[in-house]
Ligand binder design. Structure first.
Ligand code: SF4
Length: 185
């Protein structure tokens, strides 16, 4: 007999493949993509008000755990998604970059809110005018602040990238060139 909890469990869809009696065949890329997509470990780099929206996103109502992301990592070495939320002062730039460099590949970056994406309303000498000046960004979430629904939309776009990324991308010349542009070896 199933319990109430068991009834609520939904399984992720299996990747495209060929199946028959007693077998299922697909590509390694697709299986790894499916696993990564549904077990993203985010590192929240929250410096100001957008971080509060993120806290709401983690709460029971919006419940980011539904996407396999309930395990937040405050250690860059055990995280694969860097979520930057808030105003990044130029003095904070090197710290953010160090955090990014300490993350192992594959890693993705979600820039949440106007401040992280472009400096927002703080067009001043002391504020970094967008984190993509120092690290590569995969998805931008606009808004000041963005609503939790927008943050979830950003996570789902990251999931789409994660699911469809080739296992060879991180070793490609194109990817290395892109990192080199940021001065990252
Ligand atoms: S984008 Fe708006 S809400 Fe987010 S950190 Fe900047 S000022 Fe605060």
């Amino acid at each position: 007999m199933q319990t109430a909890t068991e009834n609520k469990i939904t399984l992720v869809e299996k990747p495209e493949g060929i199946e028959g009696a007693g077998f299922f065949a697909t590509s390694l890329d697709k299986v790894v993509g499916m696993a990564r997509k549904n077990s993203i470990w985010p590192l929240p780099f929250a410096t100001s008000c957008c971080g509060i929206e993120f806290m709401a996103t983690m709460g029971a109502h919006y419940d980011l755990a539904r996407f396999g992301s309930e395990r937040l990592s405050f250690s860059p070495r055990q995280a694969d998604l860097l979520m930057v939320m808030g105003t990044i002062a130029k003095k904070m730039g090197p710290v953010l970059r160090q955090v990014y460099e300490q993350m192992a590949e594959p890693r993705w970056v979600l820039s949440v809110g106007a401040c992280a994406c472009s400096g927002g309303i703080f067009d001043t000498y002391s504020v970094l005018q967008g984190i993509d000046r120092i690290i590569p960004v995969d998805v931008y979430v606009p808004g000041c602040p963005p609503r939790p629904e927008q943050i979830i939309d950003g996570i789902m776009r990251i999931q789409h990238l994660v699911e469809n990324e080739s296992l060879r991308r991180r070793d490609s010349e194109e990817y290395k060139k892109m990192l080199n542009k940021y001065g990252i070896e």
